[in-house]
Design a protein around this ligand. Sequence first.
Ligand code: GLY
Length: 355
Amino acid sequence: MRNVHVDLGAKSYDIEIERGLLKTAGKRIRALLPKAEKAAVITDSNVGPLYTRTLRKTLEEEGFSVSVQLFEAGEERKNLATLGSLYNGMAEAGLTRSDLTIALGGGVTGDMGGLAAATFLRGIAFVQIPTSLLATVDSSVGGKVAVDLPEGKNLVGAFYQPKAVFIDPDLLQTLPVRYLHDGLAEVIKYGCIREKALFEKLEQIQDDTELLDHLDEIIEICCNCKARIVERDEFDTGERMLLNFGHTLGHAVEKTFNFDTYSHGEGVSIGMTLLTRRSEALGFTEPGTADRIAALLQKFRLPVSVRMGQEEFLQAIALDKKKRGSAITLVLLKNIGESFLQKVPFSELGKYLPK
Ligand code: GLY
């Protein structure tokens, strides 16, 4: 088993990575919460039918009474209405403060299930069991939980750390290839901002089969990288913002295309490439870096350009929550594996955007 400890004082927890782990999740959760009686599993209509039965069995073997709160899959369901229905289900199941919720699914499930746990009865224990690569390496770790508003993504949320993150890489072996690559964009992001050796390793990997063979190790490197950053900046006021590399432009792409054309990872892939091309032209980044990133992303069939002009980017970014007052914080690279934050007045943002 691979283990990554996240050291946050009283809120510390472990990320456990092991093939076949889902079958033993009940035992692990019982060890963490000896007194809990009820477990509410939050999952969506794609993941629920695949894995709920296994999870229910292992939980019931440990004496948990299990309820399943299932919602229709899709980012458009990550909203206040769905959150409300989760609260209703948790209330009907009779959860008390000593019980727990388990988010079983991708980023939408983890974000929304986490927010439900953070707020129901003013906070009950919660465990993340991510089932997509994106959730595994990013959203399940670090305690950011949220839902979207019509005005923008993740506008209502909290920092609420899970009691544990249980990663079973076997669950990722059958992901549709687009979703595997979606998560890979975040993996490549870690390579760009801090993990040069990971970036170089990915450059050596020939195809998806080889990628899947190395998945456990790749997940551990990414979780470790994120854990160390979150330990130093839990509330996202400094270093943690490095994890947003490619995200400001990426969110703008997702939003401009109504969240139905480009996935999150695809948006990030475009954002990392376009921003690095501009920061190279501005002299902040070593020449050739953008081409190197684009080549790696394209090997895994991720997009690196988009039909969008500067005006469209500016409009979409205007509501970005990372904009503070009249400035926005961008993440730029010096080089592969070396990143820094750049505060940019909104009036100068055009320089960093494609023409
Ligand atoms: N996904 C970025 C963060 O957790 O800070």
